[in-house]
Design a protein around this ligand. Structure first.
Ligand code: BGC
Length: 255
């Protein structure tokens, strides 16, 4: 069976769709429900339950994958920056599986987006070292070498010039500080030059909602490494979540 339900938990919305993993296409229209203002695991699980119910007829008892904006280490959440602190230390796979009565696999949101971009999107089948970053409320990262993910990298929290990098260069900071694209691009330049020096990747894929405005900041970046905007846009997290649910069936020990 190749249909899995992918659900992407973000700071403002929880979005889900059944995904056909042969093609990377949605098997039904996406459903979005706003993230509860108190984004505890319990409140998020309620919304996730509604999304599962909505797609019940399409997915039957298919496995479910769920992204969250935090590292997920063998099902556990060691820390979280941008959702309720009740997530910290939670055995999240077990909590969601028990609360919702079906197997649920959690995955870091940027890892999910990265896997989706390498399989179906901007880095389709890339043979080398790809770094996918998502610019949103925070900065997420995925490092993928020859199609294999190095999970749970947290390059948004690199300390740069005395700051947590995402507090300088996330797109939410651009909005909060009212930065022009040119001003923001200077911060991105500093950030991506640093990543380039540390990792020497073959390709940067730059995602997050703001990647739709690529023309306004992408061409301002001067890097040795080719940089391209993400292709799957806001579908990447959902597709990657579905991929994680499929992977958990083959490699349960990794989740
Ligand atoms: C979190 C990461 C996440 C990123 C994007 C960061 O603050 O620590 O785990 O991938 O935000 O949501």
């Amino acid at each position: 069976m190749s249909i899995y339900l992918g659900i992407d938990v973000g700071g403002s919305g929880i979005k889900g769709a059944p995904v056909d993993l042969e093609t990377g296409q949605f098997a039904a229209d996406r459903l979005r429900i706003p993230t509860p203002s108190k984004s505890t695991p319990k409140a998020v699980a309620e919304v996730v339950g509604q999304i599962i119910e909505h797609f019940g007829d399409t997915i039957g008892d298919a496995p479910v994958g769920l992204t969250i904006p935090a590292p997920v280490v063998h099902g556990r959440v060691p820390f979280i920056a941008n959702l309720d602190k009740k997530w910290t230390g939670l055995d999240a796979d077990a909590f969601f599986t028990e609360t919702l009565g079906r197997p649920i696999t959690l995955v870091n949101d940027a890892d999910a987006a990265g896997l989706a971009e390498v399989r179906f999107g901007a880095a389709g089948g890339h043979p080398g070292l790809v770094i996918v970053t998502t610019l949103g409320t925070g900065i997420g990262s995925a490092i993928i070498h020859r199609g294999v993910l190095l999970p749970n990298t947290e390059l948004g929290h690199l300390e740069l010039d005395g700051y947590d990098a995402e507090k300088r260069a996330a797109s939410s900071i651009k909005d909060k500080e009212g930065l022009s694209y040119a001003k923001w691009a200077k911060r991105l330049q500093r950030y991506y030059s640093h990543l380039e020096m540390l990792f020497s990747p073959d390709l940067f894929v730059i995602g997050g909602g703001v990647s739709k405005d690529w023309d306004q900041f992408g061409p301002l970046l001067e890097l040795r490494t080719p940089a391209v905007p993400a292709k799957l846009r806001n579908q990447a997290g959902i597709i990657g979540a579905a991929m994680a649910a499929a992977d958990a069936q083959v490699h349960p020990e990794d989740h």
